[in-house]
Design a protein around this ligand. Structure first.
Ligand code: JF8
Length: 243
C-alpha cells in the first residue's frame, strides 16, 4: 500500500511507546496484544499497552455508561461522567477519540503517533459520545475512514498495530519498512512465489528472466497501472501520463 512519498522514511521513535486503550470491550484486544507484530513489540519492550475497562467507571450499581440523547433521536449517547473519570488521570497523555467524525487516519498520522511517549485511544460505542468529552478530555479526533463501524475498537486496534510496526527493532524483517518507503508513493506491484506454474496459471515470464533492469521496469509499470486504475488520487499528473 502506498502511503505518499517518503512515508516511513524518517519514522523511528526513540524510546518506549505506551498506549492506553479505553473501551467497554477490553477482551476485544486480547488476541491483538498476543499475536504477530504487536505481540512481539510488547515482548521486546518497545511497546506497552494498557487496556482500561470503561465499565468500571460507570454510574450507580448498574455501572451505567449511556443515556438517551437530549433533543430526542435514535439510540443512546455515552455519558460524560464515566469518560471524565477515566480520562482525567490521563491528562498528560495524547488522548485520541475514535469517531467517524474525526480526521481520516493515514500513514503520516501513524508516524506522528509513533513519536509520542504516551498515547490514549478512546473507543466510543452506541450512537456516539457526549460532545463535552471531546471538548474537555480529548486532544484529537480520528476516523478509520469513510464507512460505518459499530464502535471505535476496530479503529483503535488498527492504530496499535500501525504504530507497533514503526517502533525500532520490532519488524521481523528489518528491511521491510524501509523498502516500502523507498518506493514512490504508488500502490505495490503484484508479487509471486513458487510454484512457477499453478493450475495452468504461470508467473509472468519477466520475473524468471534474471534481467534485473527488465524486472524493475516491469514492476514500476505495474505500480503505475494499478495506481492509475485504483487510486488516481495518489498520482501526480506526470505519473498519470507515464508509459
Ligand atoms: C462508532 C462509536 C469509525 N471509520 C469509522 N466508522 N465508524 C467509526 C466509529 C467510531 C466510534 C463509534 N459508533 C459509535 C463508529 C472510526 N473511528
Amino acid at each position: 500500500m502506498a502511503c505518499g512519498p517518503d512515508a516511513d522514511v524518517m519514522l523511528v521513535a526513540s524510546g518506549i511507546v505506551k498506549i492506553n486503550v479505553v473501551t467497554i470491550f477490553p477482551e476485544f484486544f486480547d488476541s491483538l496484544l498476543g499475536i504477530s507484530i504487536v505481540g512481539r513489540a510488547i515482548e521486546d519492550g518497545a511497546l506497552r499497552v494498557e487496556v482500561i475497562p470503561l465499565r468500571e467507571y460507570g454510574l450507580g450499581k448498574h455501572k451505567q455508561l449511556d443515556d438517551t440523547p437530549f433533543g430526542g433521536g435514535p439510540g443512546m449517547v455515552m455519558m460524560v461522567e464515566p469518560l471524565s473519570k477515566a480520562l482525567e488521570p490521563l491528562a498528560e497523555t495524547h488522548r485520541v477519540l475514535l469517531t467517524p467524525a474525526g480526521r481520516p487516519l493515514d500513514q503520516a498520522t501513524l508516524d506522528r503517533f509513533a513519536e509520542i511517549d504516551e498515547l490514549t485511544l478512546v473507543c466510543g460505542r452506541y450512537e456516539g459520545v457526549d460532545q463535552r468529552v471531546a471538548d474537555n478530555y480529548i486532544e484529537e479526533e480520528v476516523s478509520l475512514g469513510d464507512f460505518v463501524l459499530a464502535g471505535g475498537e476496530v479503529a483503535a486496534a488498527a492504530i496499535v498495530e500501525g504504530v507497533a510496526r514503526l517502533l525500532p527493532g520490532v519488524v521481523g524483517n528489518p528491511d521491510s519498512t524501509l523498502t516500502e518507503s523507498f518506493r514512490d508513493g504508488l500502490l505495490e506491484e503484484p508479487v509471486y512465489t513458487r510454484p512457477a506454474q499453478f493450475d495452468g496459471d504461470a508467473v509472468p515470464e519477466v520475473l524468471l528472466s534474471g534481467d534485473h533492469a527488465r524486472i524493475e521496469a516491469w514492476r514500476r509499470e505495474q505500480r503505475l497501472a494499478r495506481t492509475r486504475e485504483r487510486r488516481p488520487d495518489l498520482m501526480s499528473d506526470g505519473e498519470k501520463s507515464e508509459s
